[in-house]
Design a protein around this ligand. Structure first.
Ligand SMILES: *Cc1c(COP(=O)(O)O)cnc(C)c1O
Length: 376
């Protein structure tokens, strides 16, 4: 059997080991140190817009801290995009709040601004104003943030941007990760760049980011002994992981370019095939194309997305259905949901194709052979 082609695998640039070696040489083997500070600076420089970054142990930790910092408490409701990975929604339950799920719109496959406003109005009518809103930039495609933040502003509700999949994406030149009150990044092993595991909380509010660092290191008051006035967390990024991150930041632009090239090649290759469609960028929107995703209309294509997934799997090529929406997850079956059928359809017909920036032309040829045999 030929080598496995992965959906999205880590792709080191070369200098990561230099930063990690420095950590060893100077004995900074801890969740603090020069690499952590340097990595935060790199993120701030890349994102621009006067933002500040706190490097954390994961994106999930970042979402949890964001909710804590915004004061979301037990009994609150938080509006969350339904079409996403469970890590977006789980932290809402960590703070004792209830997720209220909102469906996607078909331009970006992300949170529908219309349904968001409908949900806000209905929750207020039922007696409770939502405590926060969490849109997600799925697969690197920015959500309709101008519309979403305008609505949120009108009702005085803070927005947490889940930019875990969208480092390098932007709207009209403004980068994802700077488009909300608080933003969260992930550097998990499958993301566009990785620290093996890691994340960051980003905000223009310097005091809030300082508070994130404080809470992420066990909330130790200033005292020679260990004294605590608030509940803390052990959520800081390790100096070793941050070393990997510094190296990865040097190649981020290349990784975005390569992922976009992979998308373009799939698009060209599949554009003539009946029943296959892509998620195009709305005007002014720029996606890092973390994963190339397609929709297969089985009535037109004569094949389902599951037919293609199994055909790829038979050739040792990994692909994956789009995220199963949260409103369809057994664990969230009792949560309120405002839907229009978009995410149900995306889940039924959507597939993520292998999109790694380290795929070879031979890998792509293997994938194209399967695609060509399935679709005329
Ligand atoms: C990966 C991911 C997360 C979680 O990030 P981790 O660093 O793995 O905890 C959250 N939301 C989305 C949309 C993700 O893809």
């Amino acid at each position: 059997m030929s080598q496995k082609v992965w959906l999205s695998s880590p792709h080191m640039g070369g200098t990561e080991s230099k930063y990690v070696q420095e950590a060893f040489d100077t004995n900074w083997i801890a969740p603090l140190g020069p690499n952590v500070n340097g990595f935060e600076k790199d993120i701030e420089l890349f994102l621009g817009g006067g933002c500040h970054a706190a490097a954390l142990s994961s994106g999930t930790a970042g979402l949890h801290l964001a909710l804590v910092l915004l004061g979301v408490k037990p009994g609150d409701e938080v509006i969350c995009q339904s079409m996403t990975f469970s890590a977006t929604a789980n932290p809402i339950t960590y703070v004792g709040a209830t997720p209220v799920f909102v469906d996607s719109e078909s331009d970006t496959w992300n949170m529908s601004p219309e349904l968001l406003e409908e949900a806000i109005k209905d929750r207020i009518a039922k007696g409770k104003k939502p405590a926060a809103i969490i849109p997600v930039h799925l697969y690197g495609m920015p959500a309709k943030m101008p519309e979403i933040t305008a609505i949120a502003h009108r009702y005085g509700i803070p927005v947490i941007e889940d930019a875990a999949e969208a480092l390098g994406s932007s709207i009209n030149g403004h980068r994802c990760g700077t488009l909300a009150d608080v933003s969260v990044l992930s550097f998990n092993g499958n993301k566009i760049i990785t620290t093996s595991g890691g994340g960051a909380l980003v905000s223009k509010n310097d005091a809030l980011v300082k508070d994130a660092r404080f809470l992420a290191t066990q909330a130790r008051d200033e005292a020679p002994h260990y004294q605590h006035s608030r509940i803390g967390f052990n959520y800081r990024m390790s100096n070793l992981c941050a070393g990997v991150g510094r190296g990865q930041m040097e190649v981020l632009a290349d990784r975005v370019a390569k992922r976009r090239e992979v998308y373009k090649q799939y698009h060209t290759r599949l554009s003539g095939k009946a029943g296959i469609s892509f998620c195009d960028e709305p005007a002014g929107y720029f996606s890092n194309r973390w994963l190339t995703t397609i929709l297969i209309d089985p009535h037109v294509a004569g094949r389902t997305r599951e037919d293609l997934r199994l055909a790829l799997e038979a050739e040792n090529i990994e692909s994956r259905p789009l995220w199963k929406p949260m409103h369809l997850q057994p664990v969230f079956s009792s949560s309120p949901y405002y839907g229009n059928g978009v995410s149900d359809k995306l889940f039924a017909n959507g597939l993520c194709l292998p999109s790694g920036s380290n795929m070879s032309d031979a890998d792509l040829d293997r994938i194209y052979r399967v695609l060509d045999s399935m679709f005329k």
